[in-house]
Design a protein around this ligand. Structure first.
Ligand SMILES: *[C@@H]1O[C@H](CO)[C@@H](O)[C@H](O)[C@H]1NC(C)=O
Ligand SMILES: *[C@@H]1O[C@H](CO)[C@@H](O)[C@H](O)[C@H]1NC(C)=O
Ligand SMILES: *[C@@H]1O[C@H](CO)[C@@H](O)[C@H](O)[C@H]1NC(C)=O
Ligand SMILES: *[C@@H]1O[C@H](CO)[C@@H](O)[C@H](O)[C@H]1NC(C)=O
Ligand SMILES: CC(=O)N[C@H]1CO[C@H](CO)[C@@H](O)[C@@H]1O
Length: 577
């Protein structure tokens, strides 16, 4: 448990340290083959695989020491310059593609869950069933072999079965899990949801934080800290107080991790504030995008290169990899490219809203567990965080929260869906919701961001990066819809419904045409997948399915597949309103 009084001194030290240039950083993880070795460097730079992630997902045929030693022998024999052919032969002999996961049948899967009955549009009901049917296809568990020889795998084993996002993302991802769990709960799969939360807590206990994904090469990076949100959702469905009791200490540990490693203090208008930013200081390129990262730095000085690796990993930690959100050009604007990443100087709206939400959840859990004193401590810190969000991030003229650049002392006044996160997380004081909520509705209406037939894009800047225009990312649509609902006005709710309907229609159109769900969509073309970034579009897809199920569940009685659809009468077999 953090001491709130001691905290301030610690934070100031951290702030000073982070601005110094990194020299002696740890590697991306403690597994050299997968994170920091000549072997990794040579194989990735030779482009033996088109997707850099392929190599770091391979299994070692021998132990790590032998693998590294024998590669050194190869280096010696080839004058430190093995050919692509020699590298391919080495990889063939020392690694295999033997899968680490096996298919798994969740025991709580039901092919006709309750929520379908509330959907009054026949096509959408069919769609809901189609999405529900995808769960078993994405369900996996770790093979016993991984537990027997864990040191030969980059995968970190976990106990329970889980739902993967899909495609190249065949392990557990931290923030994706929130929307997957949301969908599972709508589908009535409470045990699977619980197992997935327990898996994350297992990772938290092992690493002291939840890594981006369940791979060693993600060790030094976390992701938006939504664990307590998952627990809150699970509790809402189950009232499982025992579960809260068993895990509350871990939830508190995660809060301490973020305070200890990602908090930063800075001046604004003569006042001193502390908030969180994404910060992942480790040396070298991201192992799973090694070639791509290294390639960007070829013309850089040593110092620029170190900075680039930190800012890239910090941006990856945000979940928004990559986006103009993290570009700070020489003029301070969000123009530029990956060489302009300066993630560590930006105070993100969503991270701080999610963190405040975590404080709120943990306070609430302590109330439920009758730990009044602990609850009160978290409430104090929550109030401080909420006040600071207002003072630092709220722009009263534009009526919205903006990311804040604490190096240049300015708001980043650009449309990003993350701008509305404080409302989504319910971390705006009630009196302020009344005054600021309607302004946020106006901001969204006037932004142009809601005017696209394929859904709400994350930004209005077309950079070619995947977290920018025209890509529509399912979790962000869910964030906007819930933020609008939380305004508590008729206008807010109507707009929320429209945003949800546009998204569901687009996913539905894509599902009819491709029999697939995508990880992201194109705001301009309903039903088409988004592009850009460093890998091809992926199918599956955990959080896209979760967001669709969330909306079908929330709005099933009035959603329509298109303007000419007719709603069936409320199903007589149910006694719903
Ligand atoms: C890798 O990409 C190249 C060029 O796009 C393509 O020709 C080749 O078939 C790909 N190789 C594999 C193994 O996918
Ligand atoms: C490679 O060569 C170096 C320098 O000659 C030597 O020190 C090292 O032991 C050799 N490594 C192996 C694995 O043979
Ligand atoms: C490597 O970087 C250069 C620019 O520095 C870029 O033109 C090229 O496309 C990159 N190569 C790959 C395969 O990403
Ligand atoms: C990004 O879009 C905003 C509008 O939200 C615009 O003001 C800004 O100049 C754009 N930035 C770039 C780099 O094009
Ligand atoms: C680049 C990176 O390491 N981050 C991964 C973290 O997880 C997300 C999925 O939520 C991936 O998109 C990233 O590749």
């Amino acid at each position: 448990m953090v001491s709130f009084y001691k905290m301030r001194g610690t934070l100031i030290l951290l702030a000073a340290a982070c601005l110094a240039h990194a020299t002696d950083l740890p590697p991306s993880c403690s597994r050299p083959v997968y994170c920091d070795s000549n072997l990794l460097h040579h194989v990735q730079m030779a482009r033996i695989f088109n997707d850099s992630k392929t190599f770091v997902d391979l299994v070692m045929n021998y132990d790590e020491a032998k693998t590294l030693h024998d590669f050194d022998v190869l280096l010696n024999e080839t004058d430190q310059n093995p050919s692509k052919k020699q590298l391919e032969a080495f990889v063939d002999q020392y690694f295999s593609e033997e899968g680490e996961l096996e298919e798994w049948q969740p025991t709580d899967f039901c092919d006709n869950p309750e929520f379908l009955k509330l959907i009054r549009d026949k096509d959408l009901r069919k769609f809901g069933k189609g999405i529900n049917d995808i769960w078993p296809l994405l369900a996996r568990k770790v093979k016993p072999a991984v537990r027997e020889k864990p040191e030969q795998f980059s995968l970190v084993p976990v106990t329970h079965g889980f739902i993967i996002p899909g495609g190249r993302f065949k392990e557990i991802y931290y923030w994706d899990t929130y929307w997957i769990i949301e969908g599972l709960l709508v589908s009535g799969m409470e045990d699977t949801a619980k197992g997935m939360i327990e898996n994350l807590i297992e990772l938290l206990v092992k690493f002291g934080h939840i890594p981006n994904g369940s791979r060693w090469y993600y060790q030094e990076r976390s992701q938006p800290p939504m664990l307590t949100d998952m627990v809150a959702l699970y509790y809402k469905y189950t009232q499982d107080l025992e579960f809260l009791k068993a895990n509350i200490a871990s939830l508190e540990n995660e809060i301490s991790y973020w305070l200890d490693t990602q908090a930063v203090s800075f001046d604004k208008d003569g006042e001193y504030y502390t908030l969180l930013r994404y910060y992942s200081p480790s040396a070298g390129p991201r192992p799973e995008s090694y070639f791509e990262d290294y390639n960007v730095t070829i013309a850089m000085s040593e110092e620029e290169r170190l900075d680039f690796y930190i800012d890239t990993k910090s941006a990856a930690e945000s979940g928004w990899d990559f986006s103009s959100r993290w570009f700070v050009a020489a003029d301070g604007s969000n123009s530029g490219d990956l060489t302009d990443l300066h993630t560590r100087y930006i105070i993100p709206v969503d991270l701080n809203a999610i963190f405040a939400g975590a404080l709120k959840n943990v306070a609430h859990f302590h109330r439920l567990l009758s730990n009044g004193r602990k609850a009160a401590q978290y409430e104090v810190l929550l109030k401080q965080w909420m006040d600071t969000i207002q003072k630092v991030l709220w722009d009263d003229k534009d009526g919205i929260w903006y990311d804040y650049d604490f190096r240049d002392n300015r708001h980043r006044k650009y449309f990003y869906t993350s701008n509305v996160a404080p409302l989504w997380q319910g971390v705006v004081a009630l009196d302020l919701v009344k005054t600021q909520g309607p302004k946020v509705v106006d901001y969204l209406k006037n932004s142009g961001g809601l005017d696209f037939p394929g859904g709400v894009p994350t930004s209005l800047n077309k950079t070619g990066e995947q977290w920018d225009y025209p890509n529509v990312w399912p979790p962000e649509v869910s964030i906007v819809v819930n933020a609008l609902e939380h305004v508590g006005t008729k206008e807010g709710s109507e707009l929320a419904f429209e945003v949800a309907q546009t998204y569901v229609r687009s996913c539905h159109a894509g599902f009819l045409q491709y029999k697939q769900m995508f990880e992201k969509y194109d705001a301009e073309k309903p039903g088409e997948f988004g592009g850009g970034g460093e890998y091809n579009v992926q199918f599956g897809f955990g959080w896209s399915n979760g967001a669709v199920l969330e909306f079908l569940d929330k709005y099933g009685t009035k959603l329509t597949a298109d303007d000419s659809s007719e709603l069936a009468p409320p199903d007589e077999t149910t006694n719903s309103a």
